[in-house]
Design a protein around this ligand. Structure first.
Ligand SMILES: [Zn+2]
Ligand SMILES: [Zn+2]
Length: 251
């Protein structure tokens, strides 16, 4: 019935397994690399089909390669997702109970904030009040580092947010557990943590920074797409990416 996985598919999957998540630029380069290495037919516009073949074979193992956007730059990414466990129990083989409790608390803080971030100070305070087992400052910093290295959290100047991988993997969990807190971007309708909020209190729509940048590009007098009030925020510029050659060498 389904097409068998060739060596090119297997190599692609192996790279996905060791990386967890790759950008679509990396995925395109990897697709080409895998096909060329194993003498398989390569056509650049067939990446989705190529991934579909892998996904068919991953299904019995409750795994899936899923597409999603990065909140940082709006770039498309592919993440290898565990479908069997829908909540953060998926992380339980890698983390101790108090580490998981800290992660849960981190998610609570991030989802409950307007900025979509949690500060390291707030997280250190949380760690000091854990029910499973309290953590000291050094230990907390170490665990937070591990969350960043394992691509569950993203850190910038002491502010933590959920990583692209985390949002793609746990989207269903986030939508269920935080249904009263989550905001959907007015432009792309995906979950938005980091973005700009309309200052009209009766409107208050939220948009990703990159959606704001794209939506208002070239408009001198920006108005809210929902309530038409003046958009009082500074419009972020579109993020420029490094030249293609550099990006393909990333993996
Ligand atoms: Zn958006
Ligand atoms: Zn508005």
């Amino acid at each position: 019935m389904s097409r068998p996985m060739g060596d090119s598919h297997k190599r692609f999957l192996q790279t996905m397994m060791s990386n967890g998540i790759i950008s679509s630029v990396q995925a395109k380069a990897l697709h080409r690399h895998c096909c060329e290495t194993h003498g398989a037919h390569f056509s650049p516009d067939r990446l989705e089909e190529f991934i579909d073949v892998i996904n068919t074979h991953l299904q019995p193992m409750f795994m899936h390669i899923r597409k999603g956007m990065s909140e940082e730059d709006g770039a498309q990414h592919y993440a290898l997702v565990n479908m069997a466990e829908t909540d953060i129990t998926r992380m339980s083989s890698d983390y101790a109970d108090n580490e998981l409790e800290l992660f849960r608390k981190t998610m609570d803080l991030i989802l409950d904030s307007e900025s979509g971030t949690a500060s390291s100070t707030d997280l250190l305070n949380c760690a000091d009040r854990l029910q499973t087992k309290k953590m000291k400052k050094k230990e907390t910093e170490h665990v937070l580092n591990k969350f960043v290295q394992d691509k569950w959290l993203h850190e910038k100047q002491g502010e933590y947010t959920l990583s692209t991988r985390c949002i793609i993997e746990m989207e269903q969990y986030i939508r269920t557990v935080y249904q009263d807190l989550i905001r959907l971007c007015h432009v792309c309708h995906n979950i938005v943590l980091q973005g700009q909020i309309c200052e009209n209190p009766e409107c208050g729509i939220k948009m990703h920074y990159y959606c704001v940048a794209r939506y208002f590009k070239g408009r001198i007098d920006p108005h809210c797409p929902s309530c038409s009030d003046f958009w009082a925020h500074e419009i972020p510029g579109l993020i420029s990416r490094p030249p293609k050659a550099n990006r393909e060498a990333e993996l």
